[in-house]
Each structure stands twice: as structure tokens, then as C-alpha cells.
Design a protein around this ligand. Structure first.
Ligand code: F0G
Length: 455
């Protein structure tokens, strides 16, 4: 595959520093072997997350200067609302400071208004799952079976198992509060959902009168994959596909730190006026007035501009190619990766790479620590430490996620990452398992703060 050519040039630089190996060892110990606890200045290439870590464009920086900081009815709010209406077709929108605030407000409101406790999804993201657990609800993951086999190729591994959803609705329909589809599905590998699957989920939910929530944090990447992979979609624009996808939802939550191309921000939206009233009241109480929702006016301007830019197909082509290129370099070097490569990240099958480390010694997190030690590269473990022991008896894959920030790193950075990880994986016995020393008592998100030590 050809080198992915960056469709941008760099006009402001942020120096990077690679610490000597002994220093990295020291920092890792100080961080209790949990890369979330490292200082950014001690990290050379940071692939911890694609969330809020991207670079804004010239137009976004210019938009910041237009920020109207009026408490109510600011011009920046109007610009934001206009963009969400025009580009996404969502009429009733409320800004929030980031995605999880939106999940908290939307999910809590729907549980109260709708009743029911069971909330099926293609696979919940951890903050969504955590807030549902916190409210006494029961999050269920109903991915298609192929999604649980890391090496199996399938164009739409983000799809929901519609048969399983229909069974659930038939047998326990009264208990189901709402259905969630996460686009793209982060938990299972940044994998897209097809339009066809989304339509079927919509029909199943409709036939039982259950609303459909779309988590659209990476909607543009999802729409790009639909254009690339779904029969009959190639001739359409990504913007058109995105609008059709969003047309299938009732309620929406967005972390704009991803496909909003901003460093902070998010929003919720609904098509039901009554739900909007409830949501608006919660936003005032928990985030701020309905026309700013915990953000500065300038943040709303940058978000509006970002939502337009993210649908630029030259941007999206490079975005998806860059991530795929990293995946292919890893594969060529013998690193087992989740296939196909997702939209925002490459997921490495740490369980397969480190067969000598049992799941209770957190192979994904052990690999994250080893990669930092080898190269100063930070990635994140998504396995038993993050998700807990599997309740359903099905072992989840132990994955190391290399998330690529948007418009931030060049091809040479990514090739450095691939070389480094290949070195670690080619010598697996050098990687030791980890043991949990301390974990905070928050269900679902404790892994970011956990303290570990070599087992
Ligand atoms: N939904 C999805 C699909 C996400 O990936 C995230 C965050 C959220 C909601 C919550 O949004 O961070 O703005 O509060 N994902 C980040 C990640 C943290 O690293 O994947 P937030």
C-alpha cells in the first residue's frame, strides 16, 4: 500500500522528546504500570486516545475568534445549531461539555420517561455502560458473532445481531427501555455499522415501540466505510450517507472530541419534543444554559466548523488510510491485529501476541506497559482490566488499542510505532503479566486510575 499522503501541512509545531530507556522505566514505575498515569511530557507518541487529541484546522482557529460569550442566545450557539440542522438533519439539539455528560443526561432521562431497565446495544462504550450500571439499568451487548473473532474479516463488524435483538424484544420487550447503536463501534474495534443493519434494528425496535439511540461520536468515519464497503453506496456522498444514517435514530449522543474535530465538546439531540423539554431542564441543571451547555461560545464555533470539515472526503480518505496503513505495517511485521482495521484505531490481539500471560494478568495492559518501555509510545489496554470479568462466560478478546489522533501524526511517526511494537511482540517472553494493586470503587471506569505491579 502506498504511503498515506497527509492532505495538510504543519504550521505550528509541538516538540516531542524521547526519554532514554532507564528514564522510561522509572516513569512507568512511578505511574504504577498504568499508562493513564504517565505525564504527557514523558510520552513520545501518544496513541492513548483519538478523543480531543486532534489538531484543529486554520478555519477552526479562525472560528474561535468569532466566539460570542453571551450567557443566553449567543451568536455562536446559532451558528452551531444551524450547522447541526443543515449538516446532520437534527432539529432539536443541546450542547454538553463532552460525550459522557450527554450519555448521563440522555440515558437517565430515557430510563425515567420510558421505564424498563434493559438497554441492548451493538456493544456499549465503557462510559455509557458505566452510567447505565450506576442507574441500576442492565446494559447488554448484542454484537454479531463475527465481531468477537478478532482475526475474522467482515466489512461491518459493528453490526448488531438483529436476531438476538428480536428475541430479546419478544421475550422481555416490556423490560427494554431503549436500544443503542454506537457508530462506529469503539469497544469491538472501531468497526462500522452498515445502513442495512441500522434499518433492520430500526424496524425491530419500531415493531415493539422501543426508541433507538445513536451514539454518533464517529459518524463520519462510519459513513465513509458505508460508502467504501456497502453495495450500492459508492456513488453517494458521505454527507448524504451520514444524513440517512442519522435519519434512522430517535435520540442522539455525540462526543465531538472525535468526529467534531475539537478538543472538547459534545451534544445530545432528539426528535421528540417532550423528551427535549426534559433534556433541556437537565442540561440547565447539570451543564449550563441550553445555548451553551458547559462550553464557551468559541468552543461552539470550533465544533460547528469541525462538523462541516469532518465530512470532507479527502480528509476522511486519508484518515481511514492512515489507520489502515498502520495496521498493515503491523501485520507485515507479524503483529496479530483485529481485522479489518477500524476507523480510528488499530486493535492488537494481545491475548494472541502474549499467550503466556493469562487474562487475569491483563495481557493488554502488560503489552501497553511494554510498548511504552520499548519506545515511549502510549496506547491503551482494552481487556479484562477495562471491562471486568465476562459476566456471560464468553471470554472477551484482550486488545491493545493504538488510537490515532486526527491530523496530528505523520506516516513516519506511525512507522516508528509499528517497528517498536513488532520488536516487543517478536520477543514475547520479555513481557511480564501484571497484578492489580489498587482500584477505585467506580464500576466500569476504574481502569484509568488503577495501580498495577508486575505479577
Ligand atoms: N461514546 C463513544 C463511542 C466513545 O468512544 C466515547 C469516548 C464516549 C461516548 C464518551 O465521550 O469522552 O467525550 O465523554 N471515548 C474515548 C476513547 C474516551 O478513548 O475512546 P467523552
Amino acid at each position: 500500500m502506498d504511503l498515506p499522503l497527509e492532505p495538510y501541512r504543519i504550521r505550528m509545531v509541538e516538540p516531542l522528546r524521547l526519554l532514554p530507556r532507564e528514564e522510561r522505566m522509572k516513569r512507568l514505575r512511578e505511574a504504577h504500570w498504568n499508562v493513564f498515569r504517565l505525564r504527557s511530557v514523558d510520552v513520545f507518541i501518544d496513541l492513548l486516545t483519538d478523543s480531543g487529541t486532534g489538531a484543529m484546522s486554520v478555519e477552526q482557529w479562525a472560528a474561535l475568534m468569532r466566539g460570542d460569550e453571551a450567557y443566553a442566545g449567543a451568536r455562536s450557539w446559532e451558528a452551531f445549531q444551524k450547522t447541526v440542522r443543515e449538516a446532520l438533519g437534527l432539529e432539536m439539539v443541546l450542547p454538553v461539555h463532552q460525550g459522557r455528560a450527554g450519555e448521563r443526561i440522555l440515558y437517565t432521562t430515557l430510563l425515567r420517561v420510558r421505564g424498563g431497565r434493559v438497554v441492548p446495544a451493538n456493544a456499549h462504550f465503557d462510559t455509557g455502560r458505566a452510567v447505565l450500571l450506576d442507574r441500576g439499568a442492565v446494559p447488554l451487548d448484542l454484537p454479531i458473532p463475527a465481531a468477537l473473532e478478532p482475526r475474522r474479516d467482515h466489512p461491518f463488524k459493528g453490526n448488531m445481531d438483529v436476531g438476538a435483538l428480536e428475541r430479546l424484544l419478544r421475550e422481555r420487550g416490556g423490560e427494554v427501555s431503549f436500544v443503542v447503536m454506537v457508530l462506529t463501534n469503539n469497544t469491538l474495534g472501531g468497526q462500522p455499522v452498515s445502513l442495512e443493519n441500522l434499518r433492520s434494528v430500526r424496524e425491530a425496535a419500531d415493531s415493539h415501540g422501543v426508541p433507538l439511540v445513536l451514539d454518533i461520536s464517529r459518524f463520519a468515519e462510519n459513513a465513509w466505510f458505508v460508502k467504501e464497503r456497502e453495495p450500492g453506496q459508492r456513488g453517494r456522498s458521505v454527507a448524504e450517507i451520514a444524513r440517512e444514517m442519522l435519519g434512522l435514530g430517535d435520540h442522539f449522543v455525540m462526543s465531538a472530541k472525535k468526529d467534531g474535530l475539537v478538543n472538547i465538546g459534545g451534544f445530545i439531540a432528539t426528535r421528540e419534543p417532550q423528551v427535549y423539554e426534559e433534556l433541556a431542564a437537565r442540561v440547565v441543571l447539570e451543564e449550563g444554559f441550553v445555548t451553551y451547555g458547559g462550553l464557551a461560545g468559541r468552543d461552539l464555533e470550533a465544533m460547528a466548523q469541525g462538523l462541516r470539515e469532518v465530512l470532507d472526503e479527502e480528509y476522511l480518505r486519508h484518515r481511514v488510510e492512515q489507520v489502515r496503513w498502520l495496521g498493515e505495517m503491523l501485520e507485515e511485521r507479524g503483529v496479530p491485529i483485529l481485522k479489518p482495521v477500524g476507523g480510528h484505531a488499530v486493535y492488537v490481539d494481545a491475548g494472541e501476541a502474549l499467550p503466556h500471560i493469562p487474562p487475569e494478568q491483563f495481557p493488554a495492559d502488560a503489552l501497553a506497559a511494554a510498548l511504552y518501555l520499548e519506545s515511549g509510545v502510549r496506547a491503551v489496554g482494552l481487556g479484562r482490566l477495562a471491562f471486568g470479568e465476562p459476566g456471560d462466560g464468553r471470554e472477551r478478546p484482550e486488545l491493545l488499542r493504538l488510537a490515532v489522533p486526527r491530523r496530528t501524526y505523520t506516516a513516519s511517526h506511525l512507522s516508528y510505532v509499528a517497528e517498536a511494537l513488532a520488536r516487543v511482540v517478536s520477543n514475547p517472553s520479555s513481557v511480564k503479566g501484571l497484578r492489580l494493586k489498587w482500584e477505585p470503587r467506580v464500576r466500569g471506569v476504574g481502569h484509568c486510575l488503577a495501580k498495577l505491579e508486575p505479577a
